[in-house]
Design a protein around this ligand. Structure first.
Ligand SMILES: Nc1nc2c(ncn2[C@@H]2O[C@H](COP(=O)(O)OP(=O)(O)OP(=O)(O)O)[C@@H](O)[C@H]2O)c(=O)[nH]1
Ligand SMILES: [Mg+2]
Length: 320
């Protein structure tokens, strides 16, 4: 590993550890209450553990799978001490998430051979779409890629201004029209401009604040169809942004969106400042769609490529 990569990965780890602080504090205080006065992992401890996981937003389905794995281990090993519970949880959750090979990313990479690579960013209002676009633009630009942004959230003037602020900060071009214009038309212009400029990647912001779900889905469908007039296989990726601090609500949104439209990847934001970071474990287990990015702060560097093993390690590492 090069020195640069080492420095980078230790910084990444620090940011992740810090971002998960609240989740960890809350989780481990519940966990220590759950095992208070017990030296052996027995049925009572498992019941309490189940409650700890569910109240930490891991989700019922995933919690049950974790408990089953630990039960199997108890019956195999005969005796498990509660002092080992932290290690056991880390191993079993890693084991569970390793059953699929999604969530193993390390770097901000884009598949080759698709130029421009078009990412359409969707999600309900306030989840962090625009911020995530800004952070992604920064990462791609840092790799020397040519990035173009498209302000297809035309629902509010402030939405366009906010994306402009990010475009200026990252120094990438933004294609926009005035508030209230047709989002599909903005997307069309953005792709045309990207093709003309020979851009590598296009990030399209969309509105989450439409009057109802049917309208929203119709609009997203239209944006997609119109983009295909310029780049026939666009969008190459539909990135659904979820606000991790809403816990189970993020789960529900993921279910709703994936039912209504094709979503190819997920970003879970605002993991800093919340005790509900366990939701990422549940989402990566329950959805076949990979969690590709996590947001761990408001700053430009505070977006990480999600790596499930790094995540679980940070979660269960008590020394920081
Ligand atoms: N702490 C923290 N805040 C975040 C993160 N991501 C986004 N935010 C904040 O969340 C708020 C909403 O983010 P936006 O990017 O505007 O969300 P949006 O989905 O574009 O919202 P609309 O355009 O209103 O639909 C902003 O104040 C962001 O700074 C994160 O990872 N951590
Ligand atoms: Mg926005």
């Amino acid at each position: 590993m090069s020195l640069f990569k080492k420095i980078f990965s230790s910084e990444k780890k620090e940011t992740l550890d810090k971002g998960l602080e609240k989740t960890k504090t809350s989780f481990f205080s519940k966990l220590s209450k759950a095992v208070a006065g017990k030296s052996k992992v027995d049925d009572d401890v498992l019941d309490n553990l189940e409650e700890v996981l569910v109240t930490s937003d891991v989700g019922v389905g995933t919690t049950l799978k974790i408990i089953e794995r630990i039960e199997a281990r108890v019956s195999r090993d005969k005796y498990l001490g509660t002092d080992e519970l932290n290690t056991i949880l880390r191993e079993e959750i890693s084991g569970l998430l390793s059953e699929t090979n999604i969530g193993e990313g390390i770097e901000f990479l884009l598949p080759e051979g698709k130029k421009p690579y078009v990412i359409m960013v969707v999600g309900v209002n306030g989840v962090g779409k625009t911020t995530t676009i800004g952070k992604l633009a920064h990462q791609f630009k840092a790799q020397g890629l040519k990035v173009v942004l498209g302000a297809a959230d035309t629902f509010r003037a402030a939405a366009i201004d906010q994306l402009q602020v990010w475009a200026d900060r990252v120094s990438v071009p933004l294609v926009k029209q005035k508030m209230g214009s047709d989002p599909a038309s903005v997307a069309y212009d953005t792709l045309s401009s990207a093709v003309t400029q020979n851009a590598d990647v296009v990030l399209i912001d969309t509105a989450g604040r439409l009057h109802n779900k049917v309208n929203l889905m119709n609009e997203l469908g239209k944006v997609k169809r119109v983009m295909q007039k310029v780049v026939p296989d666009a969008p190459h990726e539909v990135l659904l942004v979820l606000d991790g601090s809403t816990g189970q609500n993020a789960f529900e949104q993921a279910k709703e969106f994936t039912k209504a439209t094709e979503v190819s990847s997920l970003a879970v934001t605002k993991l800093d400042g919340t005790a509900k970071g366990g939701v990422v474990i549940g989402i990566s287990d329950q959805f076949k769609i990979p969690v590709k990015y996590i947001g761990v702060g408001e700053g430009i560097e505070d977006l990480q490529v999600f790596n499930k093993l790094e995540f679980v390690d940070s979660f269960f590492n008590l020394s920081n």
